[in-house]
Design a protein around this ligand. Structure first.
Ligand code: GLC
Length: 727
């Protein structure tokens, strides 16, 4: 956490205040925040606790003076040298700048793509880049750090998140957060907590026992927050075992500010506040009150604190928390300066990340394509103009605008990033290659195109968006039939998927290769083309299980309100509430569920092919308070490549159940070996114990498997671990 010297504060305050501002004592951000807050008037405190939705194109209201214009703005307090809060979305790049400001930013690949890299460096580098772009546009808060576990493969926001495992998601989210905080911005870990579906998101009640939540969704948040130290937490729309998350004493005071001793502040999601009582139960700041039934904090707080000393104490605490995060994150010391972004450099970061996230799921020797390939047919998926991206608040429009924008669902646009795989492929193939394109609108016409080609590449897209879940896991718009027709016409068919998450593949045994590129970002076309011709290796590994069918899921149907008035994607607060019972799987999210139920998925968590092959050897394990495992990885193929060897604990002192406990990121030339050492976070060996109010590691033998995916075991070893309780 950053702090700044008392003398710097004094200088800053003197330069920004109309009259000499009080100097602050040196010391921790806590002390500096307390000293600053003590000088605030009640009106100043109250104003800090709510934000304007600074979007004239959405509200029809004039932009607040001083606002950059985005999801949220709170004016400065010049008298005390307190800067404005200029907040924008989010994890995939600087959003909200294309509406009325005709600006643009660099789109990172989706969170699912980042998760598929299993590489914390990509998380850090990508988020450092978007933080720089956000600062260059005048923002000092990034609403980025989504870490909700993807319990529901149809969730419309899975593309924003980091998969189904708490260690993988928490680690990558932690690096995202750390990068943003290191860039002198407040990051915002979200959406707290257990918010895995968009259907009825304002009224749905997530039902889950405490131990199950602590060992899954809350563990992901804890890992991310320990690693990244976010200045803010965003509470989610849903109910959590009854109360809404933004009114949950258990979540906000019990877990976050109590057990975890979180020193920062909790902001609501946009339209998630129902009264100033939310402040009483631990919420600190009302975001986007334009979306609330009433602007509660704006209208009711000043009067209420005059008559309620306990509420005034809460208001002072909330103000201190916000100031502390502002100081600790560097918002006083390092105000943003507006300047043009380095689009070329930032696109290169996006392209490298997009390439690293591509998961090769099947390859019957048809990839990589020879650059001398003569007749190549490219079909469907908007491949002639760009690559798919996800809808909602995280959407990033590029400078110069998207290749395609369609208003599809309740104000959510489908946007195609202007990075054409077709164009990029042509540029990498020899000049005598003949590449044709067919839009894929007619399976018959596409099959005819395919018949005359040496090899066919079919691009298939699945647009997903915030506020709406996918109705199923089928590729939409008849793409399954398109792929089947093309594969029937030419067995050398390669399918490139651009999806928000898992999809079913009824044509899988008819095609020669499948690559999952997710939403590959601002230079996704180049990333895909590079993989297709072997200029880059497919290094991705699945961060989410691909099911064989919906029947394999804990909930084959997405739970929904019984209210007949519901519209798909409804944002209404007034529909009949309903429960989703996450105790069905409990903490066994994703691969853990498939392991417990002995189910074979279409493609397992952690799976991904390479253009070379790897062998593991020399596995050693040491026990004690935790486990330390080391092993060697060797590239036994003919090409350079990267591997993600994975470690799973499968027996914990007699308790069966598979959990990811660590992995390696190794890039090796042919014949090269590398030793990998993993020291396991003991929380991963533990189970939450409510009596102990902590994670309890039981003494006994622990068995660990080493493999290339959650269902591929190549070696195993056991060691004894001593008992402990962790908090
Ligand atoms: C939302 C999203 C949240 C986003 C906020 C501001 O509806 O749930 O992730 O940061 O609004 O756009």
């Amino acid at each position: 956490m950053r702090s700044f010297s008392g003398s710097m504060v004094a200088m800053l305050l003197c330069t920004t205040a109309a009259h000499a501002a009080p100097s602050l004592p040196a010391g921790s951000p806590d002390k500096q925040a307390a000293a600053l807050e003590a000088q605030m008037t009640d009106a100043e405190r109250v104003r800090l606790l709510y934000s304007d939705f600074a979007r004239p194109d959405r509200t029809g209201e004039p932009l607040s003076p001083g606002a950059v214009g985005s999801a949220s703005f709170t004016p400065p307090i010049p008298r005390l040298g307190i800067p404005a809060l200029q907040e924008t979305d989010a994890s995939l790049g600087v959003a909200w700048v294309d509406g009325f400001r005709k600006d643009g930013a660099t789109a990172l690949p989706s969170g699912m793509s980042l998760a598929a890299t299993w590489n914390p460096d990509f998380a850090y580098r990508g988020s450092a880049m978007i933080a720089q772009e956000a600062r260059a546009k005048g923002f000092n808060v990034l609403l980025a750090g989504g870490v909700n576990l993807t319990r529901e493969p149809r969730n419309g926001r899975n593309f924003e998140y980091l998969g189904e495992d708490p260690l993988l998601a928490g680690t990558l989210a932690g690096e995202t957060i750390r990068a943003i905080q290191d860039s002198h911005m407040i990051s915002t870990v979200k959406h707290f907590a257990v918010n895995p579906q968009e259907t009825g998101r304002h009224i749905v009640n997530s039902v889950i026992a405490e131990p199950a939540a602590r060992d899954s969704d809350l563990l992901a948040f804890r890992i991310a927050m320990d690693r990244g130290q976010p200045g803010a937490v965003m509470c989610s729309y849903n109910r959590y075992n009854g109360p809404h998350a933004c009114q949950s004493d258990f979540l906000l005071n019990g877990v976050l500010k109590g057990d975890w001793r979180y020193p920062g502040f909790v902001m609501s999601d946009w339209g998630a506040v129902r009264s100033i009582d939310d402040l009483r139960t631990g919420l600190d700041r009302e975001s986007g009150d334009h979306y609330d039934a009433r602007p509660y904090f704006r209208q009711d707080l000043a009067k209420a604190i005059a008559a309620d000393p306990a509420l005034k104490i809460r208001v002072r605490d909330a103000s201190r928390r916000i100031l502390r995060s502002m100081i600790a994150s560097g918002l006083f010391d390092h105000p943003p300066h507006i300047h043009p972004i380095d689009t070329a450099a930032d696109n290169a970061i996006a392209q490298n990340a997009g390439a690293a996230g591509i998961v090769l799921l099947k390859n019957d020797g048809v990839l990589p394509l020879a650059k001398s390939a003569k007749r190549i047919a490219v079909i469907g998926g908007y491949a002639n103009i760009g690559v798919m991206s996800g809808g909602g608040s995280s959407q990033v429009a590029p400078e110069g605008g998207p290749a395609l924008r369609l208003a599809v669902q309740g104000g959510r646009d489908m946007m195609v990033q202007p990075s054409s795989p077709l164009t990029a492929l042509k540029a990498r193939l020899n000049s005598d290659s003949h590449v044709t394109y067919d839009a894929g609108l007619s399976p018959t016409a596409a099959a005819a195109t395919a018949k005359n080609a040496d090899v066919v590449i079919v691009f298939a897209t699945q647009w997903t968006t915030e506020s709406l879940d996918a109705g199923d896991l089928n590729l939409p718009q008849g793409q399954d039939a398109l792929i089947a027709a093309v594969a029937a016409a030419n067995p050398k068919t390669i399918v490139v998927l651009e999806t928000g998450g898992p999809v079913l593949m009824p044509w899988l045994d008819k095609v020669a290769a499948v690559a999952e590129a997710w939403y590959p970002g601002a230079r996704g076309g180049e990333a895909i083309a590079g993989m297709l011709v072997g200029d880059t290796e497919p290094t991705g590994r699945l961060p989410i299980t691909f099911p064989q069918s919906l029947d394999q899921l804990p909930r084959p149907l997405v739970d929904d309100t019984p209210d007949p008035a519901r519209e798909p994607g409804s944002q209404s607060h007034d529909l009949k509430p309903f429960d989703v019972n996450y105790n069905i799987e409990g903490s066994d999210v994703g691969y853990r569920w498939y392991d417990r139920k002995q189910l074979k998925p279409l493609f397992p968590f952690g799976f991904g092919l390479s253009y070379t092959r790897f062998a593991y050897s020399d596995m050693h394990i040491k026990g004690g308070k935790t486990l330390t495992i080391d092993f060697s990885v060797k590239n036994i193929g003919e090409r350079s490549g990267s591997d993600v060897p994975q470690l799973y604990v499968t027996d914990r002192a007699g308790t069966a159940g598979k959990r990811l406990i660590g992995w390696g990121n190794v890039s090796l030339a042919p014949g090269q070996s590398r030793k990998v050492t993993v020291v396991v976070d003991p929380k991963l060996l533990a189970d939450w114990s409510s009596p102990d109010k902590g994670w309890k590691v039981r003494a006994g033998a622990y068995r660990v498997e080493l493999g290339a995916s959650s269902q591929n075991v190549q070696m195993s070893a056991s060691a004894a671990v001593t008992s402990s309780v962790l908090r």
